[in-house]
Write a protein that binds this ligand. Structure first.
Ligand code: PMP
Length: 428
């Protein structure tokens, strides 16, 4: 493939944007080479500025559950834009999407819209602290909850890809309030709680982790967290920014049958526009300003274009009874095909999958937490990534990311992907 125009555009970008990108994971720093610049996308495919076509497994890092340029979303945004792009006043569509979201997600009465997953998680933690009157939080190594200070402690995704899971600029005081636990290790969480009696406001978790590759929770890990939280008056926050409206209509809560206290959303809920949200029962949500004293705000929160996109997206999901089964079936098909292709050429690997999230770790160990995820062979990943790109398959340029399966993928696309894996496997 030729990347002539992308390379030129990247050079220009580097002059005026740090690293040439507005979010670090977009750079190819971990895998080498030049990021490809997107020109347009439709359905399962993204086209770059050199007119190469790729089958897309990044999908804007999750939002495009139903494929790129999904017509109901595009049309809703166009129609809304004609009537004004922002008012800073309440609009009816905010209530409509709130009603729909609340009806889809278990265990919530109210939802507040923000502009990103980061804001959703940051606000959820403030609310948990305000509600419980306690200050410490527990997060899991390798989980990513956005780039607000409290979460940049052993964070996953781009933070670990670029070797700064603990970012400079986060004060010692903030870092001290974030306790670090091991994913899938309930005894570790218990020990942390016992060592910090009556000090922990909340435990925040990706109920299926997607920021250290895909790592599902073991057996009844989430249920045990729920029990521990109940015993110690700790709020359980599910960061469903990736999993919400993706793994099931009601996200991981529905899939695993576990109730969290606060849920954070992003990605799918905005249909590709900048949207985040957090939701809980009245008892908790009524502590939020202007009803209560926990402050949280946003000039563009509930923006009409963003709400129109989200509404079209959630409506499509709500009305499609087979969607989650189709997505899981496609993901299983891809899993089996990739595993067979890699096994054929004796490539050491582990594939993790849940619903429409899947990732290949180049490690023979079971991948259950950050430590085991980090044991994957990064050199093999780099070769794999560039090999796949050259075959027209676009996966995230880091081993610490999940692949996102969309409904727009056909079985022909999946077969093309599996053939590419087989070809690239011979070079690993
Ligand atoms: N939580 C999770 C689980 C995420 O995956 C992400 C983003 N990848 C975020 C929070 C932050 O969302 P945003 O990038 O929209 O701020």
């Amino acid at each position: 493939m030729l990347y002539k125009r992308s390379s030129a555009l990247f050079k220009n970008a580097e002059n005026v944007i740090p690293g040439g990108v507005n979010s670090p994971v977009r750079a190819f720093k971990a895998v080498g080479g030049t990021p490809i610049f997107a020109k347009f996308a439709k359905g399962a495919y993204v086209y770059d500025e050199d007119d190469n076509r790729y089958i897309d497994y990044i999908n804007s890092w999750g939002p495009m559950l139903l494929g790129h340029a999904f017509e109901p979303v595009v049309n809703a945004v166009i129609e809304k834009a004609k009537k004004g792009t922002s008012f800073g006043m309440p609009t009816e569509i905010e209530t409509k999407i709130a009603e729909l979201a609340v009806s889809m997600v278990p265990n919530v009465d109210k939802i507040r819209f923000v502009n990103s997953g980061t804001e959703a998680c940051m606000s959820a933690v403030r609310l948990a602290r305000g509600y419980t009157g306690k200050e410490k939080i527990v997060k899991f190594a390798g989980c990513y909850h956005g780039h607000s200070d409290a979460f940049l402690i052993q964070a996953g995704s781009g933070a670990v890809t670029f070797g700064s899971p603990n970012s400079p600029g986060v004060t010692k005081g903030t870092a001290q309030d974030t306790l670090l636990a091991i994913y899938n290790d309930i005894d570790n969480v218990k020990a942390l709680i016992e060592a910090n009696t009556n000090e922990i406001a909340c435990i925040i978790i990706e109920p299926v982790a997607g920021n250290m590759g895909c790592i599902p929770p073991k057996d009844d890990f989430l249920q045990k967290l729920r029990t521990l939280c109940d015993e110690h008056r700790i709020l359980l926050i599910f960061d469903e920014v990736m999993t919400g409206f993706r793994l099931a209509k009601g996200g991981a809560q529905e899939l695993y049958g576990v109730d969290a206290d606060i849920m954070c959303f992003g990605k799918v809920i905005g249909g590709g526009l900048p949207v985040g949200a957090f939701a809980a029962r009245n008892e908790i949500m009524n502590h939020l300003a202007p009803l209560g004293s926990v402050y949280q705000a946003g000039t563009l929160s509930g923006n009409p274009l963003a709400m129109a996109a989200g509404m079209a997206m959630l409506t499509a999901i709500e009305n499609d009874k087979d969607l989650f089964k189709r997505l899981a079936d496609k993901t299983e098909y891809l899993h089996k095909g990739c595993a067979a292709a890699l096994n054929k050429y004796n490539v050491t690997h582990t594939i993790n999958r849940r619903g429409s999230m899947i990732s290949i770790h180049f490690s023979e160990e079971e991948v259950v937490d950050f430590e085991s995820a980090a044991k994957g062979n990064n050199e093999t990943f780099k070769t794999f990534f560039h090999g796949m790109l050259n075959e027209g398959i676009y996966i995230a340029p880091s081993a610490f990311e999940t692949w996102f399966i969309t409904d727009a993928l056909s079985y022909d696309d999946l077969d093309e992907t599996i053939r590419a894996v087989e070809k690239v496997a011979q070079t690993l």
